[in-house]
Every structure is written in C-alpha cells, then in structure tokens.
Design a protein around this ligand. Structure first.
Ligand code: GLN
Length: 405
C-alpha cells in the first residue's frame, strides 16, 4: 500500500489528537469534518499549486472601496456599531433593493447586517428551526449547509438537481415537503452548479412554501455574477413570499472582499426580530469600517455591475475553453464563478484520487465533487474549478492542464 502523503499524515495526526479526549467534545460537532473547500486552499499553498479550489478572487478589490475602508478607520469608525448594523449601511442596503428589484425593506425593522453570509445562514437556521424539523436543500449543495443544519439539530431533506441544466423534478420536490418541513434553502445563482433558477421554477417553490406553510432561506451571494443574459429573480419578490423568505447576501463576491465578512439578511419584522436575537449573541456586529465602505460600494452605478459581468464572462469562457481542450466535459454555468466538470472519462477511482492527482502531478487545486453530495459516490465523477482569478492565474492553470491529462 502506498504511503499517504505528508499533509494527509499530518491531518491524520491532528485528527488523532482531536479524538484523544472525546468527553470534551459536544455531540453537536460529532459529524463535522474539515471544510474540503478550505482544506484545498491549504494544500494548494503547500504544493505550490494554482488554486482554482476556494472561491475567492486573487485580483485586487476596487480601489474606491478599499479607500473608503481606510478612511472609515481614520475617521474613527472603530467601535461597536448598533448590533444589527450601522444605520447608513442598512439604508444603503434597503436603497439598493428598491432600485434594483423594486422591493422595499424597512432599514429599521427588516435589515440585519451580519459577519458574512456564512453567519447569515447559520443565524437564519438557528433563529427559525427546532431540533428534528426538516430543511429542504437542493443537491449538490454548498458544504456549509450540512454543519449549519447539524448545529440546529435539524434534518436535511435533499432534492436532486439534474445535470446538464441542473433542473429539479417538481414531483420529487413536492414529496420532500411534509408537516415537519420548516424551511427550504435555495442558493441562487447556485454554487457549485452555476444554475440560475428561472421565474417558473421559483414559482413552483413559492407555491409549495405557501401550501406547506414553510420558510424559504435564499443565499443570493452570486446575484450579480450572471452570464449569457441570465436574469436573477429574488424569491422574496414573488407573490406570497415577502413574509416567508429570509434573503441572504453579502459584499464578498460582488465587491471582491471575501475577507471582510460583511453580509446582510432581509426579512419581515417578526423574522428579523428572531434573527437579531441570534446574531447579537453570536458576533455582536460586523466590522464597523467595512460597513462604511459598504455604503460606498452599494452606491456604485450600473457600470460597475456591467463591468463585473463582462470580466467574469471572459474568465468563464477562457476556463471553459481550457478545460474542453484538456478533455473535460463541462457543465456551462449561467451564474456564480464555478465550473462543474465531468471527470468520469479519465479513469481515476473517484473524485478524491483525481483531485489529488491534479494537485500533486499537474499543480492545480480544485474541489472534489463529493464534497457537494451527501453520498460521496454521487459526486465521484465530478470536480469543481473556480475562475474568479487573474487572467495570468487562469493562464498558469491552462499551461499546467495542457501538459497532463
Ligand atoms: N463560497 C466559497 C466557495 O464555495 C468559499 C467560501 C468559504 O470558504 N467560506 O469556494
């Protein structure tokens, strides 16, 4: 049997150390494993690989936004803000939705600023679900939703998205709804699939939410990253959904500031009241100066969004071309900044062994498809590449991928 490579040996040792005293470990985290996405970033650094794994830009954030953050620090925005967010930032968020989606949110009672959409998702679930209740999640799914539901003691009910267009079967979705269903999570545009839910699909979901009296939690962090003329429809704007939807978004992806950890949640006053109770005790408030920079960011005009779409479309098309030449069958994303590729033709045992081969022999880090599925076998033929990277980074990946199959 071959020796596990060094980082794996190290991880095994760490795991053994962590298991040494199980009496000090809560049952809540019993099923937790390290985030595969974030682990791939660590391994990419270790192996000097081009990192097309974790979705964060390696190009600079917009100058004006960085300057606004520096200025906010100089101007002493350095203490706690109101726990649910600085007033002018909440007003900027509410103004943004009014302008772009013609939907009104009361900045005082319906907007909560949190530490990124990661906090938003867990806060939404902690505020609304009870142990043993069910939360419907489309599969493949962003890996955080697993731990998020475990922490709440809730059960996930998975509904499959079918490639190549990642459509769902409305009958399967209907069968997932039942009296124990508390909420459905919709990632739109979808990570990792790149699906943009159509108005017709959202209407089916909205109908079921109302029929079964359930909530919808929408993760819309890739709202502005769309291709080929795709349009984003927030579920909360559909008839009957305004009071049963929690909309989650953040500055991270739109403004290339994933490390700032500034997100927000929009919901009716009663839901917002529950959400704020959780948020207050989890994190108190999101970083004060970054919220001020967010005021400037959300005030940027259409040109910013047009440029964002244009440059991501170029990056997407470049990576699709590179992967096609290297023999991958890709599912073309219509939103977000990931490409799911079919690797079943390469003859590897599974996605993990393929990802390891890519990392160690090719020098490119990607995310094994199984990390987006409950049963690893369902993702064994898939791998996810991200393209939110400098053209030179994508070119470096292209050179490496062209050399080896
Ligand atoms: N959303 C990013 C991804 O899917 C990563 C987010 C994170 O690691 N917090 O790659």
């Amino acid at each position: 049997m071959s020796q596990p490579h060094a980082p794996v040996r190290q991880a095994v040792r760490q795991q053994a150390a962590a298991n040494a005293r199980p009496q000090f470990r809560s049952q809540r985290i019993a099923h937790f494993t390290e985030s595969v996405i974030r682990e791939m970033t660590r391994l990419a650094v270790l192996h000097g690989a081009v990192n097309l794994a974790q979705g964060f830009p390696d190009f600079p954030a917009p100058e004006a936004i960085k300057a606004a953050a520096c200025q906010a620090i100089s101007e002493e925005h350095n203490q706690y803000t109101i726990t649910w967010g600085s007033k002018n930032f909440r007003e900027a968020i509410s103004g943004h939705y009014l302008r772009r989606h013609s939907v009104e949110f009361d900045a005082e009672r319906e907007v909560t600023v949190v530490c990124g959409s990661t906090e938003a998702m867990i806060a939404a679930l902690l505020a609304t679900t009870n142990p043993e209740e069910e939360v419907i999640v489309f599969e493949p799914y962003y890996e955080n939703y697993g731990p998020d539901t475990w922490l709440c003691g809730a059960h996930r009910r998975l509904v499959r998205l079918h490639p190549p267009d990642w459509t769902f079967d409305p009958d399967e979705l209907r069968r997932a709804f039942n009296p124990r269903t508390k909420a459905i999570i919709i990632t739109n545009p979808h990570n990792p699939a790149g699906k943009v839910f159509s108005r017709e699909e959202l209407t089916i979901i909205a109908g079921l939410c109302q029929e079964f009296d359930t909530l919808a939690i929408t993760d819309e962090i890739y709202e502005h990253i769309l291709y080929d003329g795709a349009r984003h429809v927030p579920l909360i704007t559909l008839p009957g959904m305004r009071d049963r939807t929690i909309l989650v978004n953040s500055l991270s992806k739109t403004f290339s500031v994933t490390g700032w950890r500034v997100g927000w949640m929009l919901a009716s006053p009663d839901l917002t009241d529950s959400i704020r109770k959780v948020h207050d005790f989890l994190t108190v408030n999101a970083a004060a100066p970054m919220q001020q920079a967010g005021v400037l960011a959300l005030g940027l005009g259409e040109e910013f969004y047009h440029d964002l779409r244009t440059h991501y479309q170029q990056r997407r098309d470049l990576l699709l071309d590179v992967l096609a030449r290297a023999g991958y069958r890709c599912f073309v994303p219509r939103g977000a900044y990931y490409i799911m590729a079919d690797i079943s033709g390469f003859g590897h045992a599974d996605d993990m062994s393929f990802a390891r081969h890519l990392l160690e022999n090719v020098g490119v880090a990607a995310v094994p498809g199984s990390s987006f599925f409950e049963d690893p076998r369902d993702g064994a033929g898939l791998i996810r590449f991200c393209f939110c990277k400098k053209f030179e980074t994508l070119q470096a990946a292209a050179d490496r991928l062209a050399r080896v199959g």
